[in-house]
Ligand binder design. Structure first.
Ligand code: ZN
Length: 265
């Protein structure tokens, strides 16, 4: 943690956030790239983002995959061996204080479910188990037929495209491509959370990517409260009941400290 990161925190906002979490029945979270940026995972948008620096990728990934899954896998495996800044950063990234704090919140019974837009597996590695990875997970493959998921590392790539060990369907990477619909099971869980939550935590996301941005808004419309944790103002800020203007790691760690203190009091 950078020196001074905690001292910059707005203590009143942290306490108010912890109290609201404590008093809520069902807390759901929407997490974005801002959380993983502190683990060294580069973001796509914004200053220094990969797309800002190198241009946006082609938006026909899903079309390419569907037209020839075997050729797509061939290309993908070849690309793995080329120098990719994003892949290198992901493979060396470790969960940070924010991921760990969210896992602790879940274990304390204070966080019912997390929806992450990140594909980096860090939330899972930190210990979060009630998790929906709405844009997939880059270390998994998903069957186009039965929807089953497996670790990429356990799948034979001798034949391309690889086939589902359960049903023989075509496997693709779990990461959701441009143009690809969000997997049905993930989407269903997100709508369920939007309906159940009486508090939504929105962490490190500018909430511009749909449908992810929609879930806290839906919950808010139903009367749920909203806490935003973000160093910058976003489109959701006007809807937030509590705003913590800080980096996710420091803010979440401070909130968990506060929750522990309230639990013991
Ligand atoms: Zn299958």
């Amino acid at each position: 943690m950078p020196v001074g990161a905690t001292t910059d925190l707005d203590d009143a906002a942290i306490r108010a956030a912890a109290t609201l979490i404590q008093r809520s029945r069902h807390v759901a979270a929407l997490v974005g790239a801002g959380l993983s940026a502190e683990s060294g995972v580069p973001t796509f948008r914004g200053d220094g983002g990969l797309w800002t620096r190198f241009g946006e990728p082609t938006f026909d990934g899903w079309e390419l995959f569907n037209s020839d899954p075997g050729a797509w896998w061939d290309d993908a495996l070849a690309a793995q061996h080329r120098d990719s800044e994003f892949a290198r950063a992901l493979d060396s990234a470790r969960p940070n204080a924010g991921h760990v704090a969210m896992a602790e919140m879940e274990q304390m019974g204070r966080l019912a479910h997390t929806i992450t837009q990140n594909i980096d597996d860090l939330q899972h590695r930190a210990g979060c188990r009630k998790l929906t990875e709405i844009h997939g997970n880059r270390y998994l493959v998903r069957c186009m037929n039965c929807g089953g998921r497996d670790r990429l590392s356990t799948i034979s790539l001798d034949r391309l495209p690889p086939l589902c060990p359960e049903c023989g369907g075509t496997l693709k990477t779990d990461t959701v491509m441009f143009g690809e619909p969000i997997p049905e099971d993930a989407l269903r869980e997100c709508y369920r959370q939007a309906a159940l939550a009486d508090l939504f935590l929105v962490v490190g996301t500018s909430a511009v990517v749909y449908p992810a941005a929609e879930f806290p808004v839906m919950a808010k419309r139903r009367g749920a409260a909203l806490i935003e944790i973000n160093p910058e103002e976003t489109d959701l800020t006007p809807l937030a009941d509590i705003v913590v203007r800080a980096a996710a790691g420091a803010a979440l760690a401070a909130i968990v400290d506060e929750l522990r203190a309230e639990t013991m009091a």
